[in-house]
Design a protein around this ligand. Structure first.
Ligand SMILES: [Zn+2]
Length: 461
């Protein structure tokens, strides 16, 4: 999540395959929507789009976005008070401001824009007060709704899905999550996160949790591949001011690579299609009480075959929030934000993430990461390590999501620990006796979960 890749974390898309002219030629005409430039990002030509939908007023959807199902929000009528709604909009989700017609709060209701062209709005009615609040419909269970804790099993009955970030394996170079120092073992984030997930799963099961994996191999969960997105990638580039996009990337440091069909189709595959597919698994199959997204951080390393190693090392965790004004313009993203807000995932994920941040900070000794700007994040919670940010995974997984970003992979210290691999007990690395970096990571997350659920469930000690 280093600076020169910030743009890739913008949610350009949730692929709706039926909307792609690549797959259904008749959809080509519907693709004739206007395209909008990302104004706040360095790479302004990237990947934002407005689709026209059928004969009705154009819906303003993100490139691969799903058509919002606003009627779902009817189930949330009178489940939230006006005060709570205002707090979550102002302090968590809409911290960067937004156009005044998107959400208007008046009296006992909020008016939420569904479609600007058609001037259609959704009306959300507030609960009069706490005692009049209807229960929130949701499939996940907050800590206080779990069955009583079994002795010595603080996570008993808790359903946790582990989401090891990225793919690793033969995909790591394409994902730009690969670097190699000389002849040493290449560092591939997707392999590191999977190793942590496997160790963590064992610990969590011992603590009573029911653990599932969103990914448990180094192969994609999506059935799509980059070639499936070539036509879409070409259209995106043309619409964003690259009239004759090149087919291929010259090499890994090609400064124009992001203007090629290859690079765009690959990112549509490994980020947008892949995460979309993972979200479908989480939401329709796994139904966990929470998802742990496991990542390793990095600072810009330049040429991956001759990477820059740094002295910088740090930790931070993310929860969903801090939407940009331009992200909220998209009908699908606004809908997803409102649904998430109303699900009250934040009430659970913030204290949980804060607790995990504290044990990770204690066990790793890492200082908090400070984002260079506040353009896309908002600091939240009390630990000093947690930020709200609108990432695709944290928005789409319909349950509390804890997104971990410890360790700068290309720091000298972390690099040495990764090269040492996994081992039991401790070893001397750079003059200090330490656990393997994988076990330290897994144990620090497990410790946080134990702290949080022991207290929140009120049983045991
Ligand atoms: Zn990552």
């Amino acid at each position: 999540m280093w600076d020169n890749s910030l743009n890739r974390y913008i949610d350009i898309s949730n692929l709706r395959f039926s909307d792609l002219s690549v797959h259904r030629p008749s959809a080509a005409k519907r693709f004739a929507g206007e395209w909008r430039k990302q104004t706040v990002r360095t790479l302004s030509f990237l990947l934002t789009a407005i689709f026209a939908a059928g004969l009705q007023a154009a819906e303003n959807l993100n490139v691969l976005g799903n058509k919002p199902r606003w009627s779902v929000l009817e189930h949330y009528q009178q489940t939230i008070t006006r005060d709570e709604f205002e707090h979550l909009v102002n302090d968590v989700y809409g911290t960067h401001g937004f156009a005044s017609d998107l959400i208007e709060i008046k009296g006992d209701r909020a008016r939420i824009l569904m479609n600007r062209d058609a001037q259609k709005f959704f009306t959300l009615r507030f609960a009069a007060d706490d005692s009049g609040r209807k229960s929130v419909p949701r499939l996940w269970r907050p800590a206080k709704s779990l069955p009583p804790m079994e002795t010595d099993k603080p996570l008993s009955g808790l359903k946790i899905a582990l989401d090891p970030g990225h793919l690793g394996g033969s995909w790591a170079k394409m994902e730009e999550r690969w670097f190699q120092v000389g002849d040493s073992t290449p560092v591939q984030e997707g392999d590191l996160t999977l190793r942590v997930a496997q160790l963590l799963a064992t610990r969590l099961r011992d603590l009573g949790a029911k653990v599932s994996f969103v990914r448990d191999t180094d192969e994609p969960t999506t059935g799509k591949r980059p070639d499936d997105f070539r036509e879409l990638a070409r259209k995106i580039l043309i619409k964003n001011g690259v009239p004759q996009p090149r087919d291929d990337v010259l090499d890994s440091i090609d400064p124009e690579k992001e203007r090629t069909i290859r690079w765009q189709s690959e990112i549509l595959f490994y980020r947008y299609s892949e995460i979309r597919r993972r979200a479908a698994l989480v939401n329709f199959k796994l139904h966990p009480d929470l998802v742990l997204c496991l990542h390793f951080n990095a600072e810009g390393w330049g040429d991956p075959t001759n990477p820059l190693l740094t002295d910088t090392n740090h930790l931070h965790l993310l929860v969903n929030g801090s939407y940009l004004a331009e992200e909220l313009e998209f009908d699908d993203e606004r809908f997803e934000m409102i649904r998430r807000l109303l699900s009250r995932a934040y009430d659970e994920e913030l204290p949980l993430t804060d607790t995990i941040a504290s044990t990770m900070a204690r066990d790793t000794g890492l200082p908090p990461y400070a984002y260079p700007t506040t353009n896309s994040t908002t600091k939240v919670g009390r630990s000093g390590y947690v930020y709200a940010r609108n990432l695709l995974a944290t928005r789409l997984y319909r349950c509390p999501v804890v997104y971990c970003e410890p360790y700068v992979m290309n720091s000298k210290d972390v690099f040495a620990r990764i090269q040492a691999g996994d081992y039991e007990g401790t070893r001397n690395i750079n003059g200090i006796e330490r656990k393997s970096i994988f076990r330290e990571y897994a144990d620090s997350v497990a410790d946080g979960l134990v702290d949080y659920y022991s207290k929140a469930r009120g049983g045991g000690n």
